[in-house]
Write a new protein. Structure first.
Lengths: 316, 283
């Protein structure tokens, strides 16, 4: 059972609880038919709620504290994971994790933003907001992957790069810029998956890949709806409108040609069934990897560069 | 484009129609000195009394750096198509239209070829007066094309940045321009074609987190605000005042992110020296 229930999830959760209660009496009473009818009702409610989510509701789902995070996916999808630490220059940023793992026995380098689930772990993970060291650690791991010819999988889930004083002193902008530059020419396959929040340069800093996949209930944009509201509307109250205007959901980005594929989530969202979410993602990743592994390094680089260079729209 | 083929004077005349500083007399933001337009021009738009660098447009910058009469503009009229059909308190389409009318520009960057001390270059100059120098599809595409041109002709690339960051009204498309420009610069680097980045006040957000920080040589103007997050956001995050000089050009040099801080009056001469070191002309 989900610990946090979003406003629009409430009717579903209430019905689910009713079904649960009915099940308790199912042995003593002959209510199998009623239970079946109720279950159908829950299912159709799920479908109608989740088939008609607003963009803001998807933003809320992307931030759901029960959603699987990078380390959860690694745990559920891979074997023999060995976490690697540090940027070899300043420190180990705990908002970005990474290491070697086997995905369906294929050796890969997996790197992702890491959030915490409660106050303590969130402080430890800096709420998934990396400092420059995080990006430099990610780059170090990518170069390591390239050296030993291992494909790279990155998982994006951040409210943004950390806007702190020390982050600026140590070159947040330079660290991100360097990653974009180096990722564009890494001679191994790179697959990027947006698993939660994809907020701006802090997300893109590990987001340049041959394939960019996006989970169904996630968002990816240049700014969060709240910050967009505060800047353009000069008030924090227009986040719903900002979310609509930014067109930041997976179908929006597929339409704009920014992502390649939407990864379906279990009905009700990845947080309702993390194991199934991981299974779906794993299958898709393995399929994508097998295709990319057939392509020569030069071609991989060329494809990646041209893919991003095609993005944008203008009038002559 | 015809007028642009003429001399330096006409570029500046055109510039006078729009940007700050305008009028015959201008007040220095820092020391309050009243300076005549002509004197300001002679000082490369810096204050003779305190050295303050006035914010100037793309046309002024190009005129300051390039050999007179050598600039050939590329894709001057490329403009945003409003890919998201974006509306906040007013439609983005209207914002663009108003900005074009106000500035005489079509977006926040101008690119072209020219010469600096007889060395052929591709130049890309941003203009803060167009929606805060923000980067959407047009800025990203034009900077990428400038890099492509430099690669094709094997001539140095000079980019002058002045930007508040990525343009919100094009959403994720704006964000992807960071990747696009950086990827083109990686190709330029592979071919060992020089790239010099000049960071002027202000260079923040997505522009800093992409092409502005990627120069073989990064040069900042004195006092320029350069950073990823804006000072207001950082102040909110840490809950205290920011130290004097934080995120300024001198701070960036001290922390190792720009090679040098160069007075605008000496920028052209500095570029001429550097280009001779970096650019090897191959027949
Ligand atoms: Zn002054």
């Amino acid at each position: 059972m989900a610990r946090t229930v979003l406003e629009f999830e409430k009717p579903i959760v209430e019905l689910e609880q009713k079904v649960e209660e009915m099940r308790k009496y199912a042995d003593s009473l002959d209510i199998a038919d009623e239970i079946r009818i109720m279950e159908e009702k829950v299912q159709s409610l799920r479908k109608s709620v989740f088939g008609n989510l607003t963009r803001w509701q998807k933003v809320q789902l992307a931030r759901h504290p029960d959603r699987p995070y990078t380390l959860d996916y690694i745990e559920m999808m891979t074997t023999d994971f060995v976490e690697l630490h540090g940027d070899r220059a300043f420190s180990d940023d705990r908002a970005i994790v990474g290491g070697l793992a086997r995905l369906d026995n294929i050796p890969v380098m997996i790197i992702g933003h890491q959030k915490g689930r409660d106050t303590k772990s969130n402080v430890y993970r800096n709420f998934g907001m990396p400092n420059p060291e995080g990006y430099r650690k990610a780059l170090r791991l990518m170069n390591l992957a390239a050296k030993f010819n291992r494909p790279v999988i990155t998982m994006l889930d951040t409210p943004g790069a950390f806007p702190g004083l020390e982050a600026e002193e140590r070159g947040q902008a330079q660290a991100i810029a360097r990653n974009l530059f180096e990722m564009s020419r890494l001679p191994v396959p790179i697959i990027v998956v947006i698993i939660g929040e994809g907020a701006s340069g802090g997300a893109l800093g590990i987001g340049v890949g041959n394939r960019v996949l996006m989970l169904e209930n996630t968002w990816y944009s240049v700014i969060s709806p709240e910050s967009c509201s505060s800047i353009l509307w000069r008030s924090w109250d227009f986040k719903e409108q900002a979310a609509e205007a930014l067109k930041l959901t997976a179908p929006d980005l597929l339409h704009e040609g920014i992502i390649d594929r939407i990864v379906p989530e279990p009905l009700g969202g990845a947080h309702r069934n993390p194991a199934q979410a991981a299974e779906i993602l794993k299958d898709i990743l393995v399929g994508e990897l097998k295709k990319l592994q057939k392509i020569k390094p030069d071609k991989l680089i060329d494809m990646r560069v041209e893919k991003f260079c095609k993005m944008g729209e203008w009038e002559k | 484009m015809a007028w642009f083929r003429r001399s330096k004077v006409s570029i500046q005349q055109e510039a006078q129609k729009k940007d700050i500083p305008d009028g015959m007399w201008n007040k220095c933001d820092r020391c309050g000195e009243i300076i005549h337009r002509k004197q300001l021009e002679e000082q490369s738009f810096t204050c003779a009394k305190c050295g303050h660098h006035f914010r100037i447009g793309a046309a002024e910058y190009i005129a300051l750096l390039l050999d007179p009469g050598t600039f050939r503009e590329i894709d001057r009229k490329m403009r945003s198509s409003d890919p998201l059909n974006f509306t906040d308190t007013k439609p983005y389409k209207q914002r663009i239209k108003e900005s074009i009318k106000k500035t005489g520009l079509f977006d926040a960057v101008r690119i072209g070829t020219g010469k600096i001390g007889s060395v052929p270059v591709v130049v890309s100059a941003m203009d803060f007066s167009f929606i805060g120098g923000s980067m959407g599809s047009v800025v990203g595409e034009k900077v990428a094309r400038a890099s492509e041109r430099a690669l094709k002709s094997r001539i140095p690339l000079i980019v002058i940045s002045s930007s508040g960051g990525a343009r919100m009204m094009e959403g994720a498309i704006s964000l992807m321009q960071l990747a696009k420009t950086s990827a083109r610069l990686a190709q330029l680097a592979e071919a060992r074609v020089p790239y010099i980045s000049i960071l002027t006040d202000p260079t923040t957000g997505g522009v800093t987190a992409s092409f502005a920080m990627l120069g073989d040589i990064n040069i900042a103007e004195p006092g320029a605000l350069i950073g990823f997050a804006g000072p207001r956001v950082i102040k909110q995050t840490i809950g205290r005042d920011l130290p004097q000089g934080f995120q300024r050009a001198e701070f960036q040099q001290e922390h190792g992110f720009v090679d040098m801080v160069v007075d605008r009056k000496e920028m052209r001469e500095k570029l001429i020296i550097l280009l001779k070191y970096l650019w090897i002309h191959k027949k």
